[in-house]
Each structure stands twice: as structure tokens, then as C-alpha cells.
Design a protein around this ligand. Structure first.
Ligand code: HEC
Length: 182
């Protein structure tokens, strides 16, 4: 027996088993004792900051349709519909250029990014469409696809592309609702 325990292979196996048990037992203790901080105000872990967004981007990329907005994205009628959707359903969390960040976003974890930000604008039309339609689970991002025509969702995508080119009149129309809610 002594010979076996002293052997390097046995030490390796014991170390491996101890590590495996610890990997299961420590999280189990944290979870059963209620020590996991579920508050939205908790500081995000490295997993939430780095790995989850990376996996999210890959999942969205894989599932998103390979197509661009199926309308003329400069058509005022399309942009007008997009603006109304955006004002009623998105600005409350995402804010807008000219309005600034939404107050509500500060209480979200992860927060809701400004949609004119380079990280969002570099997403394809299909990726934006997919996120709007399906939402992102375990974040505040809702799915808007239930009972809604794809056509309307594409108009929101068109408007997101237009966020950096808002006319004075469009900014004013976005603001009306914002002030009404204060
Ligand atoms: C209740 C708050 C809330 C509302 C309303 C909301 N969102 Fe979001 N949205 C979020 C949050 C939070 C995230 C960040 C999720 C993350 O980081 O994983 C997000 C992320 C996104 C993203 C970026 C995804 C990425 O991978 O970076 C897009 C695009 C987006 N939302 C579009 C919209 C549009 C368009 C609307 C309106 C139709 C909308 N959202 C409404 C909370 C919201």
C-alpha cells in the first residue's frame, strides 16, 4: 500500500479527485447558503464581463439571418415608424443621442448600451434584427418578436442605423415622450 500511495501516479489521481470535489463542493456551499449575490448592483465577475459577451456575440452571429434591411433605409416613412417604435420601446433603457443615457439603464446589470455606440453599430443588420426579435435572456433586453410583424422590427433596425444622422425635428420628436415620462 505504501508503495502505491507514494507513487507519482497515485498522488496525481488524488490531487485530481480533490480538485474535482472542490470544484463541485465550493459552488454548492455558496449556492445552498444563499451567499451568491443576486443583486443587480453586484459588481460583474470576469465571466460576466468578458466570457458572457463573447459567447453572446458568437451565438447571435450564428443565429442571425444573413440579410440587410429589406427597405430603402432613407425612406422617411420607414424612419418615421422606426422612430415611434424606438421612442416607445427602446429609449427608456437605451437612451438616444441628444437625450443621453437612460436613467433606468444605471439600474440594469448588464447595462443597456447606447445604440449609436461603435460596438453596436458594427453588428450586422441581421444581428440587430435577431436581438430585437428574440431578446437576450437573463438580461433586461426583452424579445419584441411576439405578435409583431418582422417588417416592423426591420424598421427599428433602419432607425438604429439612422441614430447618428438625426435631424433637429427627429430629435425633438424623440424628446417629447421622454419629458412626458419624467
Ligand atoms: C428593459 C430595458 C430594455 C429595453 C426596453 C430594450 N433593451 Fe435592448 N438591451 C437591454 C440590455 C440590458 C442590453 C444589454 C444586454 C447585454 O449586455 O447582454 C440590451 C442590448 C441590446 C442590443 C445590443 C446587443 C449586443 O449584443 O450588444 C441591441 C441592439 C438592443 N438592445 C436593441 C434594443 C431595441 C431596438 C429596443 C427597442 C425595440 C430595445 N433594445 C429595448 C435592455 C433593454
Amino acid at each position: 500500500v505504501r508503495v502505491a500511495v507514494d507513487s507519482k501516479a497515485m498522488k496525481f489521481v488524488l490531487g485530481f479527485l480533490t480538485g474535482g470535489i472542490a470544484a463541485v463542493a465550493i459552488p454548492l456551499v455558496v449556492l445552498t447558503t444563499g451567499s451568491f449575490n443576486v443583486a443587480a448592483t453586484a459588481k460583474p465577475s470576469t465571466f460576466e464581463k468578458k466570457i458572457a459577451p463573447w459567447a453572446l456575440a458568437r451565438a447571435v452571429k450564428k443565429q442571425a439571418p444573413h440579410q440587410t434591411v429589406p427597405f430603402n433605409t432613407n425612406d422617411p416613412a420607414v424612419l418615421q415608424r422606426g422612430l415611434i417604435h424606438y421612442r416607445e420601446e427602446c429609449a427608456v433603457c437605451h437612451g438616444a443621442p441628444g437625450l443621453g443615457a437612460a436613467a433606468l439603464s444605471k439600474g440594469l446589470n448588464p447595462d443597456a448600451p447606447m445604440l449609436d455606440a461603435p460596438d453596436v453599430q458594427k453588428m450586422s443588420d441581421g444581428e440587430l434584427f435577431w436581438v430585437i426579435k428574440n431578446g437576450i435572456r437573463m438580461t433586461g433586453m426583452p424579445a419584441f418578436g411576439r405578435g409583431r410583424k418582422d417588417e416592423e422590427l426591420w424598421k427599428i433596425v433602419a432607425f438604429i442605423r439612422h441614430l447618428d444622422k438625426l435631424s433637429a425635428e427627429e430629435s425633438a420628436r424623440l424628446r417629447v415622450h421622454h419629458h412626458a415620462e419624467d
